[in-house]
Design a protein around this ligand. Structure first.
Ligand SMILES: [Zn+2]
Length: 108
């Protein structure tokens, strides 16, 4: 299932499903209480598409770059303070990565 999309290499915007946006906003606003696993999955989509907006086309490079950025973004932008919660967020993001097939594999 596609959760987000950014036309590359010349895109300047992305499209995300309402589920992705609602969960990210819900986490930020403290409403609808998305789980850390929800945050990890949706952050992976959001950051992945954001990396595409840098002009990176290769899905593997994009996904590996996104995965490397997620812990910092979770801490700084989504106020994840607990190591236990951060671990759950990161594990969920990696599970999404592994579930997306070989094209997303990259070298991470
Ligand atoms: Zn992609």
């Amino acid at each position: 299932m596609i959760s987000g999309w950014a036309g590359v290499p010349d895109a300047d915007s992305m499209q995300l499903t309402s589920r992705v946006c609602q969960r990210l906003e819900g986490w930020l606003r403290g409403k609808n209480t998305p789980t850390p696993e929800d945050l990890g999955r949706e952050l992976r989509t959001f950051v992945h598409e954001s990396v595409h907006l840098r002009g990176i086309v290769d899905e593997g490079v994009t996904d590996c770059t996104a995965l490397s950025l997620i812990p910092g973004i979770a801490r700084l932008n989504f106020r994840v303070r607990s190591a236990k919660v951060l671990r759950a967020v990161v594990q969920a993001a990696w599970a999404e990565h592994y579930g997306n097939g070989a094209a997303y594999g990259g070298s991470c």
